[in-house]
Design a protein around this ligand. Structure first.
Ligand SMILES: Cc1cc2nc3c(=O)[nH]c(=O)nc-3n(C[C@H](O)[C@H](O)[C@H](O)COP(=O)(O)OP(=O)(O)OC[C@H]3O[C@@H](n4cnc5c(N)ncnc54)[C@H](O)[C@@H]3O)c2cc1C
Length: 562
């Protein structure tokens, strides 16, 4: 076990009486942990896998108000989301950036009555949305952004102007509307930076990945998923932030539920290496309807193209993968949008899928299920507060609401707010960062730019770390051996996927090769103390998971293939 992990368990053994234990280290649990740490509480975060490895690793990577939710009459959710989007643009500018978003339109008035019915609770399939309902929706969207607006207002284009800008779009597009939202480059890293910020601000805050909390006859037990050792702990309150798993995990921690809290829907995305498609997008996200009325997205992402997503009801939480039908659905949607661009399964370099933890709903059409969140006191032997629903965009507000309930139940008052608090490498992030880094460390500007892209203003500290010991570039990618060591020591990486999928974007960008995986595994083995046998097992598990959950088959002698 790494010394840092051991030190965390030693602290728990010395004092396992927590004010709050947060179960579930997706973005919502991490948000609560961060906010509770800021209040000076003795708080423990327990995640059974890696941080941000569940639904929080599977979003469309939009930080958005949710234009589509207007159709369901979810005005307050849109208002809250727009405020939170703008906060993330300010507090995490290293990862969250504006994204011009364009809606191609074929019809004029179609969908108007349907949208109106949506306001009044109609839960069926929407009709194709024409120029009039879209214009109305965008007017409302701009109006809700109000006086605090930080992104430009929407604009409409006619057929000629649309064709000029997007000549490859399908021929029946008569108008287009462009509005601005935002995208997040590295959501998993933002979660990990929040964990690090929380622990840096409060020595009483402890975060553990690969650990599990259970309730036995003798009380709460924390099990270390790595060593198998257990520790007794206590909590005045448990916050259950296990997303799609909440029904099972709440019951296992003693809650008595009369009805189910969440009903998940599965959504999948593809990452394509397709230069023609990337160029055809002209730097915009295209937000469009497929033939079944579902909204799909496609946008340039880290030198590739990200496309998705599906929305299928599922009965149980768990790891999930993009099915062949979903893949064909998404590829079919892109082909229908850009008929003269070749889009093939061979261009897919990575796929991912997650389960949205949505509140239980009787909507016929999954797109009509509310996307809002709620905080619930769950009846049981131990006070437990459940977080139900939510979006990546609104995690901070959801966490704030939850923490307010925790503070009220503990008879405490709020000491600090996260509203204007920069996150991780967002603190001090600005224009001259790359040039400063390059100058200060005598570093090639390209390498400096890569570090700033991955760490924001933390890049300087990362460069310092890399200079303290031996270092070498990893084969064929913009990451070094010392950065891997730092992921293990500072960011709690314990397995190959933690490094190659979540601390860095190498997997999602389709940059994995056997050579890279083997060298990374050797660096981790040295740092963590894996035997040769353990290292081979780690590589085998990683390869298996890549194939099962991300559609990536690696041949032992070469790069990744779909
Ligand atoms: C396809 C798709 C697209 C999306 N797109 C967007 C988007 O573009 N923008 C946006 O704002 N939102 C988007 N979302 C929604 C957003 O991703 C989720 O709302 C958010 O990530 C949910 O976070 P969470 O922390 O509640 O859940 P999760 O990230 O799933 O976290 C729950 C965690 O609990 C852990 N856990 C479960 N049981 C236990 C236990 N017993 N003990 C310990 N740990 C446990 C799990 O391992 C998991 O890590 C999308 C979601 C999906 C699926």
């Amino acid at each position: 076990m790494s010394g840092h992990r051991q030190e965390r368990f030693d602290r728990i053994a010395a004092d396992g009486a927590f004010d709050v234990i947060v179960v579930g280290g997706g973005i919502n649990g991490i948000g609560v942990f961060h906010d509770l740490a800021l209040q000076g509480l003795h708080v423990l975060l327990v995640e059974m896998n890696d941080f941000c490895s569940g639904c929080s690793a599977a979003p469309s990577r939009m930080i958005h108000g949710g234009l589509r939710y207007l159709e369901n009459g979810e005005f307050s959710l849109v208002r809250e989301s727009l405020v939170e989007r703008d906060r993330l643009l300010r507090n995490a500018p290293h990862f969250v950036r504006p994204l011009p978003t364009t809606v191609p339109i074929e019809q004029v008035t179609s969908g108007l009555a349907n949208a109106a019915l949506g306001f009044f609770g109609y839960k069926g399939r929407p009709r194709p949305r024409g120029a009039v309902p879209i214009k109305l929706g965008l007017e409302i969207y701009d109006r809700i952004s109000g006086s605090h607006r930080v992104l430009p207002r929407h604009r409409f284009r006619g057929r000629a102007a649309t064709r000029d800008q997007w000549p490859h779009l399908r021929k029946d597009v008569r108008f287009s509307a462009t509005y601005h939202d935002a995208w997040i480059s590295h959501p998993e890293r933002l979660g990990i930076e929040l964990v690090a910020d929380a622990c840096a601000r409060n020595r009483e805050a402890v975060a553990l990945n690969y650990a599990k909390l259970s309730l036995t006859a003798s009380g709460l037990t924390l099990a270390d998923g790595e060593s198998g050792r257990s520790h007794s702990v206590t909590a005045r309150i448990i916050v259950n932030a296990t997303g799609a798993w909440i029904d099972d995990s709440a019951a296992s921690l003693g809650a008595r539920l009369n009805e189910r809290l969440v009903s998940g829907t599965k959504g999948s995305h593809l990452i394509l290496d397709n230069l023609d498609l990337r160029e055809a997008l002209g730097g915009h996200m295209i937000y469009f309807e497929h033939s079944d009325g579902r909204v799909c997205i496609v946008f340039p992402y880290l030198g590739r193209v990200l496309a998705g997503s599906t929305d299928l009801r599922v009965n149980a939480a768990g790891r999930t993968a993009c099915s062949a039908e979903e893949r064909d659905y998404i590829l079919g949607a892109i082909r229908a949008l850009f008929p003269d661009i070749s889009v093939t399964p061979e261009q897919i370099v990575f796929s991912y899928s997650g389960i949205r933890p949505l509140p239980v709903s009787d909507a016929d059409f999954t797109g009509r299920i509310p996307r809002g969140h709620s905080v619930r006191r769950l009846r049981g032997d131990i006070p437990q507060i459940g977080m139900v629903g939510g979006k990546w965009t609104t995690y901070r507000a959801f966490a704030e609401e939850t923490v307010d309930m925790v503070l009220s139940d503990l008879g405490l008052t709020r000491k600090a707010s996260t509203r204007d608090l920069p996150i991780g490498g967002g603190a001090g992030y600005g224009e001259g960062l790359t040039a400063d880094l390059s100058r200060r460390h005598g570093m090639d500007p390209e390498r400096a730019a890569q570090l700033v892209d991955l760490y924001g203003a933390l890049a300087d500290g990362v460069a310092d770390f890399c200079e303290t010991g031996p270092d070498a570039p990893l084969p064929g990618v913009a990451l070094s051996e010392a950065e891997v060591v730092r992921f293990v020591r500072v960011e709690q990486a314990l397995h190959l996927a933690d490094v190659l999928q979540r601390r860095s974007p190498l997997a999602i960008r389709g940059e994995l090769t056997m050579d890279l995986i083997t060298v990374t595994a050797r660096v981790m083995a040295r740092e963590i103390g894996w035997s040769e046998e353990r290292m081979s097992d780690e590589i085998a598990t990683f390869l298996h998971d890549l194939e099962m959950y991300h559609g990536v088959k690696l041949k032992m002698s070469e790069g990744a293939t779909q």
